[in-house]
Design a protein around this ligand. Sequence first.
Ligand SMILES: Cc1cc2nc3c(=O)[nH]c(=O)nc-3n(C[C@H](O)[C@H](O)[C@H](O)COP(=O)(O)OP(=O)(O)OC[C@H]3O[C@@H](n4cnc5c(N)ncnc54)[C@H](O)[C@@H]3O)c2cc1C
Length: 456
Amino acid sequence: MTTTYGQSNTLFKDLAALLTGQLFLPEDAAYESVRQLWNGKVKTRPAAIVRCLSVQDVIHTIRWIRAHGLSLSVRGAGHEIFGRSLRENGVVIDLSQMRAVTVDPVARTAQVQSGATIGDLIEAAQKYGLATATGTISSVGMTGLTLGGGYGPLIGAYGLAADNLLSAQVVTANGQLVTASAEEHPDLLWGLRGGGGNFGVVVSLEYRLHPLTTVLSGMLLYPLDQARTVLHRFNEFIATAPDELTIASGFLQTPDGATVLFLSPTYCGAIKAGEQIIAPLRTFGTLLIDQVQPVTYNDLIRGLDAFTPKGRHYYLQTQSLDGFQTKAIEALIEQGLPLPSPFSMINIHNFHGTASRVGVSETAFALRQDHLMVELIAAWEPQSPDDEQRHIQWAQHISQALAPYAFKGGYISLLDEQEQERVRLTFGSNYERLLDLKQTYDPDDVFRSTIGHVAP
Ligand SMILES: Cc1cc2nc3c(=O)[nH]c(=O)nc-3n(C[C@H](O)[C@H](O)[C@H](O)COP(=O)(O)OP(=O)(O)OC[C@H]3O[C@@H](n4cnc5c(N)ncnc54)[C@H](O)[C@@H]3O)c2cc1C
């Protein structure tokens, strides 16, 4: 056992004695760097951070926390934007060191420890020419991604990350290890597929894999003054796009300071066919840059990491649109631009295909119709408080401007605690069933500092 807890703090000595992992307290030198989430804006200070190395560590920690009447939060790869994985004065169950991935190439499945990142899974699976639906940035945790749903470039072909979850192991609020699968606790598996972190600490997950190594993907950049035309044509195009093609879109600033519109197609079928299918995108406007080419799925995801470095300050709002209607395009361009800074961007996921064909009640993730999930990403270096206010106001302003054209709910992973009503609306007709599950697995609401919280 190695612990680094401060000599003065006797409360946590008992816990440290139970662990193979490490315990970090605020007086420890490493505490600050261990505490740090991806979003440097989050300043929350937990009473202790427990870096678990085994399922037994998780079980001991939950039982100990409950016996001492303390509060907790759960952390994987640490990308929760609003800081819910670091509960103020609580104990953090940190799974970031439990990252093993084991692939079964015959069954086409992967067993993933719950601290594994998207990048960990992609790298392990690509050795066998396999992949699954993931998000777009390699450092994001697979567990957090899946519990929220998990939009990404393969959504049209393979659905959400949550749709590829076959089973999971969970330590529940009373410290019991249970398996959630089609055979055992199927109700719990249903809730883990997009129902948030409400029901326990997930310690491992099993995913379905698909044959895939190379995709056709990359950025197409168009001048801002052609944005209306391009977005209208894009809107028509995606209505009939094949499942294999998923196109992200949005606005970013180039290094020379110009704001541009981007379309970022990813085609995951045969490359030659993909070239023909995406050809019309090249005629939507005058291309400033065309980077679309065959690329491994791993390189695609790693290539996007540079956009979102850890430690910068971020604030984010989202709206989910029923396509790009003219008024929504006008609101986006008139109210959302200029972007508030070079690091800020608007990123839009295209939900369609396989993901849209899953029934509303088949998984906890309820928004099962084609839509565009608009992320309004404000990002700044932490120089001045004025900067913070300006960025937050930009994201809130454009979010409100889009709201009349958006679904009432949203994406639970990207809603903050003040948006509890939107969480309820997002789950829609699945909300009551989630409440029942909460009553079964966490009646005391131990897991309340979580994405998609449902109150018992
Ligand atoms: C840079 C960036 C890119 C992103 N890209 C995408 C994207 O492409 N598609 C998409 O859909 N989303 C995306 N997201 C949102 C992301 O999926 C969520 O923020 C997700 O919750 C992050 O998971 P994490 O493990 O990295 O974060 P953490 O902060 O470690 O965890 C987030 C929350 O997930 C829950 N949780 C995590 N692990 C466990 C566990 N083992 N057991 C129980 N609960 C757990 C907890 O409630 C925790 O508060 C992105 C976020 C960022 C910051």
